[in-house]
Design a protein around this ligand. Structure first.
Ligand SMILES: Cc1ncc(COP(=O)(O)O)c(C=O)c1O
Length: 394
């Protein structure tokens, strides 16, 4: 093992993420536990209505992960075996894995160097005659060019499903991210901007898409079946398709409702932390601060700084190790999909296929950004980055 060039310090670890849980969150969950109704029920319905109201969309369907939301959204818009779906390579594996689960083929695409998002011209470049859908990912909470992507997809007869796992709240022009495509998928995983522990939401303006997603989220059982056949009792149900078990519990939904009440407050906290990190890091010549769209419209789910590796004597990985020695938790978002074994073996991708994603991946580090981070913690993060950069200045 190589010796760190900066001495380790005996300070408390600053984790990469710490979920902000309030006493109201705890009370909301406790109330459901005491109510006797833990599965999908009134809390879930209320969460769906409040979430739809927050975004200003007609329909929201709560499910038990962001991955489930993406899977159901694609299924509901009609992605089937034999279709192609364009997905950026710089994303989490579930953005593309769900395409495979439907028997379709993920067609990977490169990203824009500045925003790390899928650009419309790359969609044109990767287009195939079987392309049924495009999945833009709002990386780190920075909005994709939705008007450009929508125009490009529609001109060729494809639909758009937004991967909005990072994008609450993100604005794209005058509308929230997640309200452009035929459907969008949000994630409420523990590290996301609001959480239900595990959870997700499909949003759509299309009632048929919402109805299909709701049916397939719960075993393919249709609500209509109850009325249609004048059921002999409350125990009676009919299964119209081979569905999934993706419904959200009321325990989780109660936490989601409580967190949603604070979504703007939590966002302001993350934005303030981002501004402090920017101010401290913009004077470190070896570091590039995150991209933004002229200010106030990013969710700040992640703070992805990039290293000017040519100005350093160490690699990104060594930089991460040294931050670790100084007590700073970090992560990397993401290892490009085409570098993972299954994407190479099953889909034939190779190192070198997406040069922008590969180059940016090799120099990115996600720093801690979570509501509740103290000024002292933020200063420690900045000082640690500056210290490691100074120690490895070329
Ligand atoms: C871009 C992106 N899409 C989808 C997901 C899947 O969300 P979940 O973990 O809730 O299934 C994630 C989760 O990390 C993500 O980062």
């Amino acid at each position: 093992m190589t010796q760190p060039s900066v001495p380790a310090v005996a300070l408390a670890q600053i984790p990469f993420h710490k979920t902000p849980i309030s006493e109201e969150d705890v009370d909301a969950v406790a109330q459901v536990l005491r109510s006797g109704w833990l599965a999908t029920g009134p809390q879930t319905t209320a969460f769906e209505q409040e979430f739809a109201g927050y975004l200003g969309v007609a329909h929201a369907v709560a499910v038990n992960s962001g991955t489930a939301a993406l899977h159901l959204a694609l299924e509901a818009i009609g992605v089937r075996a034999g279709d192609d779906v364009i997905v950026p390579t710089l994303t989490f594996t579930s953005s593309a894995a769900v395409v495979r689960h439907l028997g379709a083929r993920p067609v990977l695409a490169d990203v824009d160097e500045a925003s790390l998002n899928l650009p419309a011209d790359e969609v044109q470049r990767r287009w195939t005659p079987r392309c049924k859908a495009v999945i833009p990912v709002h990386m780190a909470g920075v909005s994709c060019d939705m008007p450009g992507l929508m125009a490009t997809a529609h001109a060729r007869g494809a639909l758009v499903v937004e991967d909005a796992a990072h994008a609450l709240p993100t604005w794209c022009g005058s509308k929230p991210a997640g309200t452009y495509g035929a459907a969008a998928a949000f994630s409420f995983y523990a590290t996301k901007t609001i959480t239900t522990g595990e959870g997700g939401m499909i949003v759509t303006a299309d009632s048929a898409v919402a109805q299909r997603a709701r049916q397939m989220a719960f075993h393919g059982i249709t609500r209509n079946a109850f009325g249609r056949y004048q059921s002999p009792g409350r125990w009676y149900y009919e299964v119209d398709d081979f569905g999934f078990k993706y419904n959200l519990t009321d325990v989780a939904a109660a936490l989601g409702r409580s967190q949603l009440r604070r979504v703007d407050e939590l966002w302001k906290e993350r934005r303030a932390i981002a501004q402090m990190l920017d101010a401290g890091l913009s004077i470190v010549p070896e570091v590039q601060i995150p991209y933004r769209h002229g200010g106030a419209n990013d969710s700040w789910h992640l703070y992805i700084m990039r290293l000017h590796v040519e100005r350093l004597t160490c690699s990104r990985d060594e930089f991460i190790d040294e931050l670790g020695h100084l007590g700073i938790g970090t992560s990397v978002h993401f290892i490009p999909l085409h570098l993972h074994p299954v994407y190479r073996k099953e889909l034939g991708y190779r190192v070198g296929d997406f040069p922008v994603a590969e180059r940016e991946y090799a120099r990115m580090i996600s720093l801690p950004i979570w509501p509740g981070m103290s000024t002292d913690n933020i200063t420690r993060v900045v000082d640690a980055v500056a210290q490691v950069a100074r120690a490895h200045r070329r």
